[in-house]
Design a protein around this ligand. Sequence first.
Ligand code: SF4
Ligand code: SF4
Length: 313
Amino acid sequence: MPGAMDGYERCNGCGVCTLSCPVWQQSHDVVLTFMGRALALQRGAKPEDLRDSIGACLLCGSCEPVCPMGVSTVGVTLRLRAALNGAAPEELTQKHAASSAKNGAMLIPDAALRERSGLLERVKTLLGIAVAEDDGADIAGAFEAGHASNAQRAGAFLKPLAGLREVVTSNGIFKRYIRGVLPGLEVTGLGEALVRLPAVRAALRPTDLYVIEARAYNADFDRCAPFYTALGRQTGCAMNLDLQRIAIPTGACRTADIECKSAPKIPEQIRWIFEGRNFQRIVVEAAEDIGYLRENVGVPVLHVAELGGEALQ
Ligand code: SF4
Ligand code: SF4
């Protein structure tokens, strides 16, 4: 498949992308990493030969900004998933017509945020934003799993978004999907949108660990890295960033139900992120992280929308 995979053929095997990869961290099996997939493809492997490796990937994007060869690691993995499903890669992100008028913003909450109605109300109030009736969970799941969405269904989901200036979403995978299908529409992660608010920002403490949603951050690294660096400097809080400013995922934010025996375990991933670090409180951007962190870390866990107010359940 030369030329059809966003540059896997440029991979030089340097291994930098494995350093932040949760799959490598837990398995130490290079075959399961992006580098393993790229080198195998270069040697003529077919997607079917790489099925377990393709399924294990969290699409967290931690490997992408660090690649010195500019390989679109997530794009390649998505295309491999599409190939396994017999879908043409371009079917994953079929372009839709965007309106030339650009007004207003809308929130697309994921299922974990919708389940917490009090938290969702708080987000709405803080951001003063309308909430999409259609959360597109099926569209996000299909995209992540490498299935082409039904064109009519995708069109119905995207229609209310087409004339907007900005979409705010708690589903990080939508940053890649919506930018692919509606180029020009600004897509912002929910955590970033909330922490832009002075009152929310002011409530962060130097003793907090702030857990960035890795998919949204890594998909938009060039803009997000300086934004969050400034946030850290201003508030003094620690973050789930490595020395290269890559956001390390907890693994909780997975939309698609992809069965894979080699997928990283969330509790192990959480132990890796928090090992040897001291903090008094955890503030998360992703509602999915709340339950996992409460189970695995013995300090209070808040959603960023709860900062400065009483805790919600
Ligand atoms: S960082 Fe890039 S070049 Fe290096 S192994 Fe990973 S994909 Fe290949
Ligand atoms: S996207 Fe995440 S899980 Fe997948 S190969 Fe890259 S770092 Fe590993």
